[in-house]
Design a protein. Structure first.
Ligand SMILES: Nc1nc2c(c(=O)[nH]1)N[C@H]1C(S)=C(S)[C@@H](COP(=O)(O)OP(=O)(O)OC[C@H]3O[C@@H](n4cnc5c(=O)[nH]c(N)nc54)[C@H](O)[C@@H]3O)O[C@H]1N2
Ligand SMILES: Nc1nc2c(c(=O)[nH]1)N[C@H]1C(S)=C(S)[C@@H](COP(=O)(O)OP(=O)(O)OC[C@H]3O[C@@H](n4cnc5c(=O)[nH]c(N)nc54)[C@H](O)[C@@H]3O)O[C@H]1N2
Ligand code: SF4
Ligand SMILES: [Mo]
Length: 685
């Protein structure tokens, strides 16, 4: 007797921004297996541990099945109509009594382009630019820094292009653990004899492969990069032809670099001058050099300065706009690039139209059938949490984010969220944030809804719906469309399915004009900018001119500023936070995977042998880590992977973000997750 056949359907990994593909096996409305998709252009059949565990969360017993409303300390099940009408009524009351800016919206880099588009459209029609998402905690500094220097905030080349680079400069990215499938192109380049320079305060698996490791102090990146540029100019390694033809601002930059003293750079960074010279020569002299970076660069109060410094370096050496030469910020989440493109940002409408640009804003308002859209820049993620604390923000609508684990200074976030009149959380699980909500809405996950996702290379790929959602869960697009209709925009949110929403995105965003459903459904999708239907897409940006108004790359002198918090007698160590290969962000998905949890169970802190010995700490011992914000107890891992004076903690478990500093970069408003002053003491056994 034979049962129904398993149907194998092409799918996109729901975790990181690399955007790997696989075949999902569907049988009787369940996902029953996963097969490698060997002809997928990104991964060519490979997957990392998270990709391999992607199905474990889908049919998990913890999935949210029904809308819930707060009842005392717990929740009570209610119908969709009661939930949606109840939320709409309270939002409209708050809008009437306190104005639309008393409401905030968090979009989701785990949701589709269509869903993020609808959410930001709803927020703006509701009357506020208080719409933001985790990109603010992630690559906001990249978007701002590259927009200022190159005119576009995105990665300039496809990942596969790294295979053609002769020198790869990795700074503040642990792609072996965080973008595992991106690392294979680096492997190809190394086999061809490329030189790998890695600047990271820790010895990560990327460093194991490096020809040269610059182990600089957390937060000293600008000093290090200025040092490298100083060497390039001193030794005449800059690309005069490129600078003359394609950049502006060279003289001012040269003057400011003249004042940089390499001995002082060694003092600030802890990196010997000779190593800085070697890195500079290798980077500048190579035929094609690429810079890859991620959170080690962006998550600082100097995040934008760091990114501008990287752009300066690339422009000085002329390493941009060619195969193998470019700037590669590796984006984090499966659809963080797309959520930004859609305008789920407090300062940008769809297609990076500044909310302050009256003329272009009016054009979008007309397309949305409304006389005007709000003109003032809205609150960012961390600002919303502060505003919730002061009472300026009364309601927060969260679609697919878990700030109670991932925002900095979590004790303060909890106070803010408790202070709200209305907290709505739309998620697939009852997260730590959902536990504080007034309403919890059960969402369908990636396999249970259709839509498009944009990976770190700007590649837009379609995920078909494979199975129905569990219980009464609904796709995010459907929930948001209902909310839009119930709060007053019946015509704008008459949305029968995601497909017409993508058609609307095509009409509103010039870069997405040719990104049709058909194109995104093709194997490997299509890469924006794709300005018209037949256009092949644009894998490499800035080949002949930059996206700035004058077409030039803008060089800008940057002076080193130290991080917001310096070690002192009471908090003598520098805490930096980040990721491990086995867990993903707030862990809401990966902590529910047995395969992953059994290999990494709880919070830990990595401490150097010298700092451990000084405190009488042993490997595996319980310790208390404290900062000016609070304490977290965890296991100590004594390891020379971290330098003396620096400790590292993953943020996938509760506790880490009790410690982190919510000081912000003045432009990008990203918090300084990568530097906090801390102390560590042993706990009695
Ligand atoms: N396994 C796994 N993969 C993921 C994620 C995950 O949670 N788990 N999350 C996804 C997301 S959202 C993102 S944004 C990416 C992030 O990917 P990454 O940015 O690669 O990850 P992080 O661990 O945050 O930080 C990268 C590196 O910065 C270094 N660093 C710390 N301080 C400094 C500094 O001051 N300067 C410099 N130059 N480097 C420093 C750290 O030692 C670390 O090696 O990963 C994505 N992929
Ligand atoms: N200390 C420290 N903190 C950090 C960082 C750091 O390096 N150090 N990194 C920061 C960075 S780079 C990032 S990107 C943020 C990430 O911060 P968050 O975005 O808050 O983290 P995630 O765990 O990815 O949250 C995604 C949520 O979406 C839910 N979800 C998944 N699929 C769906 C869906 O289809 N629909 C809906 N509605 N929900 C869904 C998941 O269950 C989860 O609760 O964390 C930041 N926090
Ligand atoms: S590298 Fe990223 S996209 Fe690829 S399998 Fe791993 S988590 Fe998924
Ligand atoms: Mo991220």
């Amino acid at each position: 007797m034979s049962g129904p056949m398993i149907e194998w359907v092409r799918s996109i990994c729901p975790f990181c921004g690399v955007g790997c593909g696989f075949l999902a096996g569907v049988e009787r409305n369940r996902l029953v297996g996963l097969e490698y998709l060997t002809d997928h252009p990104v991964c060519e059949g490979a997957l990392c541990p998270k990709g391999n565990a992607a199905l474990e969360t889908v049919h998990h017993a913890d999935r949210l099945l029904h809308p819930l409303v707060r009842k005392g300390d717990g929740f009570e099940r209610i119908s969709w109509d009661e939930a949606l009408e109840g939320i709409a009524a309270r939002l409209l009351d708050i809008q009437r009594d306190h104005g639309a800016d008393a409401v905030g919206f968090l979009a989701s880099a785990k949701c589709t382009n269509e869903e993020n588009y609808l959410l930001q459209k709803w927020a703006r029609l509701f009357g506020t630019n208080n719409i933001d998402h985790c990109a603010r905690l992630c690559h906001a500094s990249t978007v701002a820094g590259l927009a200022r220097t190159l005119g576009a905030g995105a990665m300039t080349n496809p990942m596969s292009d790294v295979a053609h680079s002769d020198c790869i400069f990795v700074i503040g990215s642990n792609f072996t653990e965080c973008h595992p499938l991106a690392s294979r192109w680096v492997g190809d380049a190394l086999e061809r004899g490329a030189f790998l320079v890695v600047a990271d305060p820790r010895v990560t698996p990327v460093v194991w492969q490096a020809d040269l490791h610059l182990r600089h102090r957390p937060g000293s990146d600008v000093a290090l990069l200025n040092g490298m540029m100083k060497v390039i100019l001193q030794e005449g390694l800059h690309n005069e032809g490129f600078i003359a033809a394609r950049t502006s601002g060279f003289d001012v930059l040269r003057q400011s670099l003249a004042a940089v003293d390499l001995a002082a750079v060694e003092e600030i960074t802890g990196v010997p001058v000779a190593a800085i010279q070697e890195a500079a020569r290798r980077y500048a002299r190579a035929k094609a050099s690429v810079i890859m970076w991620s959170m080690g660069i962006t998550q600082h109060t100097t995040g934008v300065d760091n990114v501008i410094s990287l752009a300066n370096l690339a422009l000085l050496a002329g390493h941009v706009g060619r195969p193998g030469a470019g700037l590669m910020p590796l984006r984090g989440q499966s659809n963080v690039q797309g959520a930004c493109d859609m305008g789920a940002l407090s300062n940008f409408l769809t297609g990076y139209v500044p909310v302050t640009d009256a003329e272009r804003r009016a054009r979008i308002a007309a397309q949305w059938g409304t006389p005007e859209l709000p003109a003032a820049v809205g609150l960012t993620v961390v600002e919303m949490m502060h505003a919730a604390g002061t009472g300026a923000l009364r309601a927060l609508y969260v679609m697919g984010e878990n700030p109670m684990i991932t925002d900095p200074n979590v004790d303060h976030v909890r106070e803010g969220l408790r202070n709200l009149d209305l907290l709505v959380v739309q998620d697939i699980f009852l997260t730590e944030t959902a536990e504080l909500a007034d309403y919890v809405l059960p969402a369908a996950l990636w396999a249970e809804k259709a839509g498009s996702y944009t990976n770190t290379e700007r590649r837009v790929q379609w995920q078909p719906r494979l199975i129905p959602p569990p219980g009464e869960a609904l796709p995010d697009w459907q929930i948001i469309a209902s909310m839009g209709r119930l709060t007053g925009w019946a015509d704008q949110f008459d949305v029968p399915s995601p497909e017409p929403v993508l058609a609307e995105i095509n009409a509103v965003s010039p870069a997405y004009r040719g990104v049709t459903q058909e194109r995104t459904q093709a194997l490997g999708g299509v890469t924006w900018p794709c300005p018209e239907e037949g256009h092949p897409g644009t894998p490499i940006l800035h080949e002949t001119r930059f996206a700035t108004a004058d077409g030039l790359g803008h060089l800008e002198p940057i002076a080193y500023r130290p991080p917001a918090e310096q070690p002192d007698d009471r908090y003598p160590l520098v805490l930096t936070t980040g990721r491990t290969v086995l867990h993903y962000n707030s862990g809401s998905m990966t902590r529910r995977s047995k395969a992953l949890l059994t290999r990494e169970r709880s919070l830990f802190v990595e401490i150097s042998p010298a700092d451990a010995a000084q405190r009488g700490l042993e490997d595996g011992q319980q310790v208390r880590v404290s900062t000016r914000r609070g304490d977290a107890d965890c296991l100590a891992r004594v390891t020379s992977a971290t330098a003396a004076g620096v400790v590292f903690m993953p943020f996938h478990f509760a506790g880490a973000n009790v410690l982190t500093n919510d000081a912000l970069d003045p432009t990008a408003k990203i918090p300084e997750y990568k530097v906090a002053a801390c102390q560590i003491e042993g706990l009695p056994r």
